[in-house]
Design a protein around this ligand. Structure first.
Ligand code: ZN
Length: 152
């Protein structure tokens, strides 16, 4: 399974990779040397827009992908062509907030965790195994599906 680590500038890209099922760590306020160490120790591929950082990685035998574009769809496309079938959405998806694995849970289980309207209007709920956040096919679902289709 591919595991990624994104530099500070790429939070949005990391979040979308999580939604599409990829184990994606995002670092903040971390010096380059530590990011590189973490990538190496945890065997994560480093994703960056920073040519200098990518250069250092190559010198240290750390696997790195230098994203060519600022455009999200193009970035996701580049990751897909570099790494193959990494996106497991919608079968498997991860928590956009914390990168934890999401599991589909019985509706009953979330009864006290979501507002009544959401509970009534939805049949399918996901629970984050790590931060216990509950997800459902809300208003963002269309947008998520549209972006996913654009990288197929
Ligand atoms: Zn979570």
């Amino acid at each position: 399974m591919v595991r990624l680590i994104f530099d500070e500038m790429l939070k949005r890209t990391a979040t979308w990779c999580r939604i599409f099922g990829v184990d994606s760590k995002h670092v903040k306020d971390m010096p380059d040397s530590e990011i590189i160490k973490m990538a190496k120790d945890k065997q994560r591929i480093l994703i960056t827009r920073d040519e200098k950082l990518a250069g250092i990685c190559k010198n240290h035998d750390v696997e790195v992908i230098l994203l060519e574009s600022d455009d999200l769809t193009q970035q996701l496309n580049q990751l897909k062509s570099a790494l193959g079938g990494i996106f497991t959405f919608p079968e498997k998806t991860r928590c956009p907030a914390c990168n934890g694995e999401l599991e589909i849970v019985d509706k009953e289980k979330v009864k006290n965790k979501v507002i009544d309207n959401v509970y009534k209007q939805n049949e399918k709920f996901w629970l984050c195994k790590e931060c216990k956040k509950v997800y459902w096919k809300g208003s963002h679902w269309k947008n998520i599906t549209r972006i996913f289709e654009s990288i197929k």
